[in-house]
Design a protein around this ligand. Structure first.
Ligand code: GLU
Length: 449
Protein backbone atom coordinates (compact mmCIF):
# COMPACT_ATOMS: atom_id res chain seq x y z
CA UNK A 1 0.00 0.00 0.00
CA UNK A 2 1.45 3.42 -0.89
CA UNK A 3 2.58 5.46 2.12
CA UNK A 4 0.88 8.75 2.91
CA UNK A 5 2.69 11.82 1.65
CA UNK A 6 4.32 13.50 4.71
CA UNK A 7 2.28 16.65 4.04
CA UNK A 8 -0.93 14.63 4.43
CA UNK A 9 0.07 12.83 7.62
CA UNK A 10 -0.94 15.64 10.02
CA UNK A 11 -4.19 16.10 8.12
CA UNK A 12 -4.99 12.41 8.49
CA UNK A 13 -3.95 12.40 12.17
CA UNK A 14 -6.40 15.25 12.73
CA UNK A 15 -9.16 13.28 11.00
CA UNK A 16 -8.62 10.44 13.49
CA UNK A 17 -8.44 12.76 16.49
CA UNK A 18 -11.45 14.89 15.50
CA UNK A 19 -13.70 12.00 14.44
CA UNK A 20 -13.33 9.33 17.12
CA UNK A 21 -15.17 6.03 16.78
CA UNK A 22 -15.69 6.36 13.03
CA UNK A 23 -13.50 3.60 11.52
CA UNK A 24 -15.27 3.52 8.13
CA UNK A 25 -14.75 7.26 7.70
CA UNK A 26 -11.06 6.95 8.61
CA UNK A 27 -10.74 4.07 6.14
CA UNK A 28 -12.33 6.06 3.31
CA UNK A 29 -10.14 9.13 3.92
CA UNK A 30 -6.99 7.05 4.15
CA UNK A 31 -7.80 5.23 0.91
CA UNK A 32 -8.12 8.55 -0.93
CA UNK A 33 -5.07 10.14 0.73
CA UNK A 34 -2.90 7.15 -0.23
CA UNK A 35 -3.39 8.12 -3.87
CA UNK A 36 -2.54 11.78 -3.43
CA UNK A 37 1.27 11.98 -3.19
CA UNK A 38 1.58 13.02 -6.87
CA UNK A 39 -1.20 15.57 -6.36
CA UNK A 40 0.55 17.17 -3.38
CA UNK A 41 3.73 17.46 -5.48
CA UNK A 42 1.97 18.93 -8.50
CA UNK A 43 -0.42 21.28 -6.65
CA UNK A 44 1.26 23.10 -3.75
CA UNK A 45 -1.60 25.61 -4.04
CA UNK A 46 -3.99 23.02 -2.57
CA UNK A 47 -1.93 22.67 0.60
CA UNK A 48 -1.50 26.45 0.88
CA UNK A 49 -5.27 26.90 0.81
CA UNK A 50 -5.90 24.04 3.27
CA UNK A 51 -7.95 22.24 0.63
CA UNK A 52 -7.28 18.80 2.10
CA UNK A 53 -8.34 19.91 5.60
CA UNK A 54 -11.51 21.37 4.12
CA UNK A 55 -12.27 18.31 1.97
CA UNK A 56 -12.41 16.01 5.00
CA UNK A 57 -14.65 18.31 7.04
CA UNK A 58 -18.33 18.08 6.04
CA UNK A 59 -19.98 21.42 5.38
CA UNK A 60 -22.87 20.45 7.65
CA UNK A 61 -23.88 17.38 9.71
CA UNK A 62 -27.45 16.85 10.84
CA UNK A 63 -28.51 14.32 13.46
CA UNK A 64 -32.15 14.16 14.47
CA UNK A 65 -34.74 12.20 16.39
CA UNK A 66 -37.21 10.13 14.36
CA UNK A 67 -40.16 9.01 16.51
CA UNK A 68 -42.89 6.85 14.95
CA UNK A 69 -45.78 4.61 16.00
CA UNK A 70 -45.72 0.88 15.17
CA UNK A 71 -48.74 -1.27 14.29
CA UNK A 72 -49.22 -2.26 17.92
CA UNK A 73 -49.58 1.41 18.85
CA UNK A 74 -46.20 1.59 20.61
CA UNK A 75 -43.95 4.61 20.15
CA UNK A 76 -40.59 3.71 18.57
CA UNK A 77 -37.49 5.80 18.14
CA UNK A 78 -34.67 5.96 15.61
CA UNK A 79 -31.83 8.30 14.86
CA UNK A 80 -31.80 10.14 11.52
CA UNK A 81 -28.77 11.61 9.73
CA UNK A 82 -27.96 13.81 6.78
CA UNK A 83 -24.35 14.77 6.14
CA UNK A 84 -24.05 17.60 3.61
CA UNK A 85 -20.46 16.99 2.70
CA UNK A 86 -19.48 19.23 -0.17
CA UNK A 87 -21.51 21.56 -2.39
CA UNK A 88 -18.72 22.96 -4.55
CA UNK A 89 -19.91 21.37 -7.79
CA UNK A 90 -23.67 21.48 -7.19
CA UNK A 91 -26.37 20.78 -4.63
CA UNK A 92 -25.49 18.01 -2.15
CA UNK A 93 -26.43 14.75 -3.82
CA UNK A 94 -26.49 11.23 -2.45
CA UNK A 95 -28.73 8.52 -1.15
CA UNK A 96 -30.46 7.65 2.11
CA UNK A 97 -29.66 4.37 3.82
CA UNK A 98 -32.09 2.71 6.25
CA UNK A 99 -30.22 -0.09 8.02
CA UNK A 100 -29.55 -0.95 11.68
CA UNK A 101 -25.79 -0.52 11.12
CA UNK A 102 -26.17 3.17 10.20
CA UNK A 103 -24.26 5.63 12.38
CA UNK A 104 -22.56 8.96 11.82
CA UNK A 105 -19.23 7.44 10.75
CA UNK A 106 -20.87 5.29 8.09
CA UNK A 107 -22.84 8.21 6.69
CA UNK A 108 -19.66 10.35 6.68
CA UNK A 109 -17.67 7.70 4.80
CA UNK A 110 -20.46 7.45 2.26
CA UNK A 111 -20.78 11.24 1.90
CA UNK A 112 -17.01 11.63 1.48
CA UNK A 113 -16.90 8.96 -1.24
CA UNK A 114 -19.99 10.42 -2.87
CA UNK A 115 -18.32 13.81 -3.30
CA UNK A 116 -15.59 12.38 -5.56
CA UNK A 117 -17.85 9.85 -7.26
CA UNK A 118 -20.22 12.65 -8.21
CA UNK A 119 -17.31 14.77 -9.49
CA UNK A 120 -16.22 11.86 -11.71
CA UNK A 121 -19.62 11.76 -13.41
CA UNK A 122 -18.95 15.24 -14.81
CA UNK A 123 -22.45 16.30 -13.73
CA UNK A 124 -23.15 19.39 -11.58
CA UNK A 125 -23.72 17.62 -8.27
CA UNK A 126 -22.08 17.97 -4.85
CA UNK A 127 -21.82 15.17 -2.29
CA UNK A 128 -24.00 14.16 0.63
CA UNK A 129 -25.48 11.11 2.29
CA UNK A 130 -28.10 10.36 4.90
CA UNK A 131 -30.19 7.69 6.50
CA UNK A 132 -31.30 6.20 9.77
CA UNK A 133 -30.56 3.23 12.01
CA UNK A 134 -34.04 1.97 11.17
CA UNK A 135 -34.42 -1.69 10.18
CA UNK A 136 -37.04 -2.07 7.44
CA UNK A 137 -36.87 -5.88 7.76
CA UNK A 138 -40.14 -7.31 9.06
CA UNK A 139 -41.94 -3.95 9.11
CA UNK A 140 -45.39 -3.58 7.55
CA UNK A 141 -46.04 -1.13 4.71
CA UNK A 142 -47.91 1.13 7.11
CA UNK A 143 -44.95 1.16 9.53
CA UNK A 144 -42.55 1.97 6.69
CA UNK A 145 -44.84 4.83 5.65
CA UNK A 146 -45.10 6.29 9.15
CA UNK A 147 -41.33 6.05 9.58
CA UNK A 148 -40.67 7.77 6.24
CA UNK A 149 -43.16 10.53 7.07
CA UNK A 150 -41.53 11.21 10.42
CA UNK A 151 -38.03 11.13 8.91
CA UNK A 152 -39.04 13.58 6.17
CA UNK A 153 -40.78 15.91 8.63
CA UNK A 154 -37.33 16.89 9.91
CA UNK A 155 -35.33 16.36 6.70
CA UNK A 156 -37.65 18.63 4.71
CA UNK A 157 -36.19 21.68 6.48
CA UNK A 158 -32.75 20.96 5.07
CA UNK A 159 -33.26 19.85 1.46
CA UNK A 160 -34.50 21.34 -1.82
CA UNK A 161 -33.78 21.09 -5.54
CA UNK A 162 -31.03 23.75 -5.29
CA UNK A 163 -29.79 22.70 -1.85
CA UNK A 164 -29.70 18.96 -1.30
CA UNK A 165 -31.24 16.17 -3.36
CA UNK A 166 -31.48 12.77 -1.60
CA UNK A 167 -32.18 9.45 -3.32
CA UNK A 168 -32.18 5.76 -2.36
CA UNK A 169 -29.49 3.44 -1.02
CA UNK A 170 -29.66 0.24 1.05
CA UNK A 171 -33.20 -0.10 2.50
CA UNK A 172 -34.55 2.86 0.52
CA UNK A 173 -36.15 2.08 -2.84
CA UNK A 174 -39.22 3.09 -4.84
CA UNK A 175 -41.69 2.47 -2.02
CA UNK A 176 -39.77 4.54 0.55
CA UNK A 177 -39.06 7.35 -1.93
CA UNK A 178 -42.79 7.54 -2.65
CA UNK A 179 -43.65 8.03 1.03
CA UNK A 180 -40.78 10.51 1.44
CA UNK A 181 -41.80 12.55 -1.60
CA UNK A 182 -45.47 12.51 -0.56
CA UNK A 183 -44.63 13.91 2.86
CA UNK A 184 -42.26 16.56 1.42
CA UNK A 185 -44.99 17.70 -0.97
CA UNK A 186 -47.53 17.88 1.82
CA UNK A 187 -45.24 19.83 4.16
CA UNK A 188 -44.05 22.35 1.58
CA UNK A 189 -47.17 22.62 -0.58
CA UNK A 190 -44.87 22.47 -3.63
CA UNK A 191 -44.59 19.86 -6.36
CA UNK A 192 -40.82 20.11 -6.39
CA UNK A 193 -39.89 17.09 -8.50
CA UNK A 194 -36.16 17.83 -8.38
CA UNK A 195 -35.92 17.48 -4.59
CA UNK A 196 -35.53 13.68 -4.70
CA UNK A 197 -34.35 11.23 -7.35
CA UNK A 198 -35.25 7.60 -7.89
CA UNK A 199 -38.91 8.63 -8.04
CA UNK A 200 -41.48 6.37 -9.67
CA UNK A 201 -42.17 6.58 -13.38
CA UNK A 202 -45.40 8.57 -13.62
CA UNK A 203 -44.55 10.98 -10.81
CA UNK A 204 -41.30 12.51 -12.00
CA UNK A 205 -38.93 9.55 -12.09
CA UNK A 206 -36.53 8.70 -14.88
CA UNK A 207 -36.48 5.51 -16.87
CA UNK A 208 -33.28 3.51 -16.25
CA UNK A 209 -32.71 5.04 -12.78
CA UNK A 210 -33.67 1.77 -11.07
CA UNK A 211 -31.32 -0.23 -13.27
CA UNK A 212 -28.57 2.37 -13.50
CA UNK A 213 -26.13 1.39 -10.74
CA UNK A 214 -26.07 -2.26 -11.80
CA UNK A 215 -26.07 -1.52 -15.53
CA UNK A 216 -23.36 1.11 -15.09
CA UNK A 217 -21.21 -1.36 -13.15
CA UNK A 218 -21.32 -3.81 -16.03
CA UNK A 219 -20.76 -1.08 -18.65
CA UNK A 220 -17.62 -0.14 -16.71
CA UNK A 221 -16.39 -3.76 -16.67
CA UNK A 222 -17.11 -3.97 -20.39
CA UNK A 223 -14.84 -0.95 -20.94
CA UNK A 224 -12.10 -2.60 -18.86
CA UNK A 225 -12.34 -5.75 -20.95
CA UNK A 226 -12.48 -3.89 -24.26
CA UNK A 227 -9.20 -2.22 -23.42
CA UNK A 228 -7.67 -5.69 -23.41
CA UNK A 229 -9.45 -6.68 -26.63
CA UNK A 230 -12.07 -8.78 -24.83
CA UNK A 231 -15.82 -8.78 -24.16
CA UNK A 232 -18.18 -10.19 -21.53
CA UNK A 233 -19.22 -12.99 -23.87
CA UNK A 234 -18.74 -16.35 -22.14
CA UNK A 235 -17.37 -14.85 -18.91
CA UNK A 236 -18.30 -16.39 -15.57
CA UNK A 237 -19.39 -13.79 -13.02
CA UNK A 238 -20.13 -13.78 -9.30
CA UNK A 239 -22.14 -10.86 -7.87
CA UNK A 240 -22.60 -10.58 -4.12
CA UNK A 241 -25.86 -9.13 -2.84
CA UNK A 242 -29.32 -9.43 -4.35
CA UNK A 243 -30.57 -5.87 -3.95
CA UNK A 244 -30.93 -3.16 -6.51
CA UNK A 245 -27.27 -3.08 -7.60
CA UNK A 246 -26.76 -6.85 -7.89
CA UNK A 247 -30.04 -7.47 -9.70
CA UNK A 248 -29.41 -5.12 -12.56
CA UNK A 249 -25.74 -6.01 -12.78
CA UNK A 250 -26.92 -9.60 -13.29
CA UNK A 251 -29.41 -8.51 -15.94
CA UNK A 252 -26.91 -6.47 -17.95
CA UNK A 253 -24.15 -9.07 -17.62
CA UNK A 254 -26.54 -11.68 -19.06
CA UNK A 255 -27.56 -9.34 -21.88
CA UNK A 256 -23.89 -8.94 -22.79
CA UNK A 257 -23.26 -12.69 -22.91
CA UNK A 258 -21.83 -13.45 -19.46
CA UNK A 259 -23.25 -15.93 -16.95
CA UNK A 260 -23.74 -14.78 -13.37
CA UNK A 261 -23.60 -17.99 -11.36
CA UNK A 262 -23.94 -16.74 -7.78
CA UNK A 263 -25.56 -14.05 -5.66
CA UNK A 264 -26.22 -13.64 -1.94
CA UNK A 265 -27.93 -11.94 0.97
CA UNK A 266 -27.16 -11.71 4.66
CA UNK A 267 -28.29 -15.35 5.12
CA UNK A 268 -25.82 -16.92 2.66
CA UNK A 269 -25.35 -17.41 -1.07
CA UNK A 270 -26.76 -19.47 -3.93
CA UNK A 271 -24.98 -21.00 -6.91
CA UNK A 272 -26.94 -21.59 -10.12
CA UNK A 273 -24.62 -22.84 -12.85
CA UNK A 274 -27.20 -22.05 -15.55
CA UNK A 275 -27.17 -18.39 -14.56
CA UNK A 276 -29.27 -16.64 -11.92
CA UNK A 277 -32.92 -16.40 -13.01
CA UNK A 278 -33.52 -12.70 -12.47
CA UNK A 279 -37.29 -12.81 -12.74
CA UNK A 280 -37.50 -15.36 -9.93
CA UNK A 281 -34.94 -13.45 -7.84
CA UNK A 282 -36.92 -10.20 -8.14
CA UNK A 283 -40.16 -11.98 -7.40
CA UNK A 284 -38.71 -13.45 -4.20
CA UNK A 285 -36.75 -10.43 -2.99
CA UNK A 286 -39.01 -7.58 -4.01
CA UNK A 287 -42.56 -8.81 -4.21
CA UNK A 288 -42.38 -11.46 -1.47
CA UNK A 289 -39.52 -9.87 0.49
CA UNK A 290 -38.00 -13.36 0.89
CA UNK A 291 -34.43 -14.73 1.01
CA UNK A 292 -32.04 -16.09 -1.61
CA UNK A 293 -32.49 -19.53 -0.01
CA UNK A 294 -36.09 -19.47 -1.25
CA UNK A 295 -34.55 -19.17 -4.71
CA UNK A 296 -32.60 -22.40 -4.22
CA UNK A 297 -35.64 -24.16 -2.75
CA UNK A 298 -37.84 -23.17 -5.66
CA UNK A 299 -35.33 -23.91 -8.39
CA UNK A 300 -34.23 -27.21 -6.86
CA UNK A 301 -32.07 -29.47 -9.06
CA UNK A 302 -28.42 -28.52 -9.08
CA UNK A 303 -28.96 -25.09 -7.47
CA UNK A 304 -26.99 -24.99 -4.25
CA UNK A 305 -27.44 -22.72 -1.26
CA UNK A 306 -24.58 -22.29 1.17
CA UNK A 307 -24.80 -20.84 4.66
CA UNK A 308 -21.18 -21.00 5.82
CA UNK A 309 -18.17 -19.80 3.86
CA UNK A 310 -18.13 -16.91 1.47
CA UNK A 311 -19.40 -16.28 -2.03
CA UNK A 312 -15.81 -15.48 -3.13
CA UNK A 313 -15.02 -19.21 -2.96
CA UNK A 314 -17.10 -19.68 -6.13
CA UNK A 315 -14.67 -19.68 -9.08
CA UNK A 316 -15.25 -16.84 -11.56
CA UNK A 317 -13.56 -14.61 -14.15
CA UNK A 318 -15.16 -11.46 -12.80
CA UNK A 319 -16.28 -10.69 -9.25
CA UNK A 320 -18.72 -7.87 -8.52
CA UNK A 321 -19.12 -7.08 -4.82
CA UNK A 322 -22.55 -5.43 -4.85
CA UNK A 323 -23.74 -5.81 -1.23
CA UNK A 324 -22.14 -3.51 1.34
CA UNK A 325 -18.94 -2.08 2.82
CA UNK A 326 -16.06 -4.36 3.83
CA UNK A 327 -17.72 -7.55 2.55
CA UNK A 328 -14.63 -8.68 0.62
CA UNK A 329 -11.66 -9.13 2.94
CA UNK A 330 -8.18 -10.60 2.71
CA UNK A 331 -9.52 -14.14 2.84
CA UNK A 332 -12.08 -13.57 0.11
CA UNK A 333 -9.47 -11.80 -2.01
CA UNK A 334 -7.04 -14.72 -1.57
CA UNK A 335 -9.74 -17.16 -2.75
CA UNK A 336 -10.36 -15.03 -5.86
CA UNK A 337 -6.64 -14.87 -6.63
CA UNK A 338 -6.29 -18.65 -6.20
CA UNK A 339 -9.23 -19.26 -8.53
CA UNK A 340 -7.76 -17.04 -11.24
CA UNK A 341 -10.28 -14.18 -11.13
CA UNK A 342 -9.24 -11.46 -13.60
CA UNK A 343 -11.37 -8.48 -12.62
CA UNK A 344 -12.92 -7.21 -9.39
CA UNK A 345 -15.20 -4.19 -9.86
CA UNK A 346 -17.01 -2.67 -6.89
CA UNK A 347 -20.76 -2.23 -7.36
CA UNK A 348 -21.33 -1.45 -3.67
CA UNK A 349 -19.66 1.40 -1.77
CA UNK A 350 -16.21 0.42 -0.37
CA UNK A 351 -16.98 -3.33 -0.33
CA UNK A 352 -13.32 -4.35 -0.35
CA UNK A 353 -11.22 -3.94 2.80
CA UNK A 354 -7.80 -2.26 2.41
CA UNK A 355 -6.13 -5.65 3.04
CA UNK A 356 -8.42 -7.23 0.48
CA UNK A 357 -7.40 -4.64 -2.12
CA UNK A 358 -3.72 -5.27 -1.36
CA UNK A 359 -4.13 -9.04 -1.85
CA UNK A 360 -5.99 -8.57 -5.14
CA UNK A 361 -3.39 -6.19 -6.52
CA UNK A 362 -0.48 -8.36 -5.41
CA UNK A 363 -2.23 -11.28 -7.12
CA UNK A 364 -2.43 -9.42 -10.42
CA UNK A 365 -6.21 -8.91 -10.38
CA UNK A 366 -7.44 -5.82 -12.22
CA UNK A 367 -9.26 -3.87 -9.50
CA UNK A 368 -11.69 -0.99 -10.10
CA UNK A 369 -13.05 1.05 -7.18
CA UNK A 370 -16.64 1.93 -6.34
CA UNK A 371 -16.42 5.64 -6.91
CA UNK A 372 -15.81 4.99 -10.61
CA UNK A 373 -17.62 1.68 -11.10
CA UNK A 374 -20.92 2.41 -9.37
CA UNK A 375 -21.24 6.08 -10.39
CA UNK A 376 -23.90 5.22 -12.97
CA UNK A 377 -26.63 5.35 -10.32
CA UNK A 378 -26.00 8.87 -9.21
CA UNK A 379 -25.22 9.96 -12.79
CA UNK A 380 -28.68 8.80 -13.82
CA UNK A 381 -30.06 10.69 -10.82
CA UNK A 382 -28.48 13.77 -12.36
CA UNK A 383 -30.22 12.88 -15.64
CA UNK A 384 -33.48 12.65 -13.66
CA UNK A 385 -32.79 16.15 -12.29
CA UNK A 386 -32.25 17.40 -15.87
CA UNK A 387 -35.56 15.91 -16.99
CA UNK A 388 -37.35 17.40 -13.98
CA UNK A 389 -35.83 20.86 -14.60
CA UNK A 390 -37.01 20.84 -18.21
CA UNK A 391 -40.33 19.08 -17.40
CA UNK A 392 -39.40 16.42 -19.90
CA UNK A 393 -39.06 12.65 -19.87
CA UNK A 394 -36.72 10.67 -22.06
CA UNK A 395 -37.08 7.23 -23.59
CA UNK A 396 -35.42 4.17 -22.04
CA UNK A 397 -33.07 3.84 -25.03
CA UNK A 398 -31.95 7.46 -24.95
CA UNK A 399 -31.37 7.43 -21.19
CA UNK A 400 -29.47 4.15 -21.32
CA UNK A 401 -27.32 5.50 -24.13
CA UNK A 402 -26.51 8.56 -21.98
CA UNK A 403 -25.60 6.26 -19.09
CA UNK A 404 -23.33 4.13 -21.29
CA UNK A 405 -21.62 7.33 -22.57
CA UNK A 406 -21.10 8.59 -19.03
CA UNK A 407 -19.56 5.28 -17.91
CA UNK A 408 -17.24 5.29 -20.93
CA UNK A 409 -16.28 8.86 -20.05
CA UNK A 410 -15.53 7.97 -16.42
CA UNK A 411 -13.48 4.94 -17.43
CA UNK A 412 -11.35 6.91 -19.89
CA UNK A 413 -10.94 9.86 -17.56
CA UNK A 414 -9.75 7.60 -14.75
CA UNK A 415 -7.11 5.97 -16.95
CA UNK A 416 -6.04 9.28 -18.56
CA UNK A 417 -5.61 10.79 -15.09
CA UNK A 418 -3.62 7.78 -13.90
CA UNK A 419 -1.34 8.21 -16.93
CA UNK A 420 -0.94 11.96 -16.40
CA UNK A 421 0.07 11.46 -12.75
CA UNK A 422 2.59 8.70 -13.46
CA UNK A 423 0.54 5.75 -12.18
CA UNK A 424 -0.60 4.09 -15.45
CA UNK A 425 -3.43 1.51 -15.34
CA UNK A 426 -4.11 2.23 -11.66
CA UNK A 427 -7.90 2.62 -11.47
CA UNK A 428 -7.79 3.44 -7.75
CA UNK A 429 -5.30 6.29 -8.05
CA UNK A 430 -6.86 7.55 -11.29
CA UNK A 431 -10.34 7.75 -9.74
CA UNK A 432 -9.16 9.38 -6.53
CA UNK A 433 -6.94 11.92 -8.28
CA UNK A 434 -9.52 12.85 -10.94
CA UNK A 435 -12.27 13.27 -8.33
CA UNK A 436 -10.17 15.20 -5.83
CA UNK A 437 -8.55 17.58 -8.34
CA UNK A 438 -11.88 18.48 -9.88
CA UNK A 439 -13.41 19.38 -6.51
CA UNK A 440 -10.18 21.04 -5.29
CA UNK A 441 -9.85 23.31 -8.36
CA UNK A 442 -13.45 24.45 -7.98
CA UNK A 443 -12.95 25.05 -4.25
CA UNK A 444 -9.93 27.26 -4.99
CA UNK A 445 -12.01 29.26 -7.47
CA UNK A 446 -14.80 29.82 -4.94
CA UNK A 447 -12.54 31.27 -2.24
CA UNK A 448 -12.29 30.38 1.42
CA UNK A 449 -15.82 29.18 2.09
N1 GLU B 1 -26.93 5.67 -3.21
C1 GLU B 1 -26.41 5.75 -4.57
C2 GLU B 1 -24.91 5.89 -4.51
O1 GLU B 1 -24.27 5.35 -3.64
C3 GLU B 1 -27.14 6.77 -5.42
C4 GLU B 1 -27.18 8.17 -4.92
C5 GLU B 1 -28.05 9.13 -5.75
O2 GLU B 1 -28.61 8.71 -6.77
O3 GLU B 1 -28.13 10.28 -5.34
O4 GLU B 1 -24.30 6.48 -5.35
Amino acid sequence: MPALDPALEPVFDAVIARNPGEPEFHQAVKEVFESLAPVVRKHPEYMNAAIMERLVEPERQLIFRVPWVDDAGDVRLNRGFRVQFNSTLGPYKGGLRFHPSVNLGIIKFLGFEQTFKNALTGMPIGGGKGGADFDPKGKSDAEIMRFCQSYMTELSRHIGEYTDVPAGDIGVGGRELGYLFGQYKRLTNRYESGVLTGKGIGWGGSLVRTEATGYGTVFFVDEMLQRHGETLEGKRVVASGSGNVARYAIEKAHQLGATVVACSDSGGYVVDERGIDLELLIDIKERRRGRVFDYADEKGGSVRHITGGQIWDVPCDIALPCATQNELDERGAAALVTNGTRIVAEGANMPTTPDGVAVLRAGGVLFAPAKAVNAGGVATSALEMQQNASRDSWSFEHTEERLADIMRGIHDRVLDTADAYGVPDDYVAGANIAGVTQVADAMLALGVI
